[in-house]
Write a new protein. Sequence first.
Length: 363
Amino acid sequence: MRLSQENLIECRNFLLILQLLLKLKKFKIMAASEALIFQIQKFSTEDGPGIRTTVFFKHCPLKCIWCHNPESILKIPQLEWFKHKCIGCKTCIETCQQKALSFDKNGLNIDREKCTECGECVVECPSTALNMLGRWWKLEDLFYEIEKDKVYYTESNGGITVSGGEPTQQPDFVADFLKKCKENGISTAVDTCGYASKKVYKQILPYVDLVLLDIKHIDSDKHKEFTGVPNEAILENAIWISNYLKGNGKKMWIRTPIIPLYTAIEENLKGIGEFIVNKLNNFPERWDLLSFNNLCVSKYERLNIDWSLKDVLLMKKEEMEHFLNIAESTGVKNPHWSGLIRSIESNENIMKNQDHHLVDNVD
């Protein structure tokens, strides 16, 4: 049977559409096969129970004023320069094809409008003074890396935690990674700001044992002012996630950063506590109050960002105990506080020591 010209055209169009769909599917598979990660922190004890490996994914929908990981916000690799490592050889300037680098009396300048983050200067720098924040990881490579410490997870009732940034911004990879961990007997946790669609959480949560959920501010207007987004979706997700976890035998922790002048307000702590008790039915296993961290000052400097909180002092122990008492007064079970605090005796000396520590031991 011979096909008419019209039928041949229809068949050809069908084949073209089918080919396009196959390409799109292939692209989606390829896109999910890698993720942009800016740090893998081993032997972590702050992101869930036991000894853990925390994987920090790049990209975050929030822009918190107090963010201590400014390198986590953008979903692109970012170049940073360590002044104390630089020997002034200017090899980087000679290497840069985009002419994005220059030197003056203050050191290396990075024109981030011109920089394409190609990484050639990082490769050529003889003193490792340049570093690229963010690396693309394949799923098998990442799992191989975290599996090295499986014995520590097992013996300590620990596991792996995906954090960020915001891990739900790379949901396909994160879901596949968590699934592979679970299939190989590794306990999993996700640290999330709560600002993602329910579709994403439905994709990820089946492979999660513990959710660490941030509730930063109970007032939506203040939340938007301080983080760039309102909190209605976050609180709605908190309720939904809580119900899902409770119905599936999983656990939940709530985390609140205690930031001077922003979240470290009695009304805010009381409001969050009442939300946990009344809206989450006091289901979360614990509520962590995380003290303000200013050890990120040099991170901002290396990214050419002026941080508005760079001169804010750490909280005192007495202040954190005060906020813990407020949390306890709301009826929330098992509130804790953790993080850095400052000495009463000498704020100036403590701050100098912190700056020195930051230069020598920055992530």
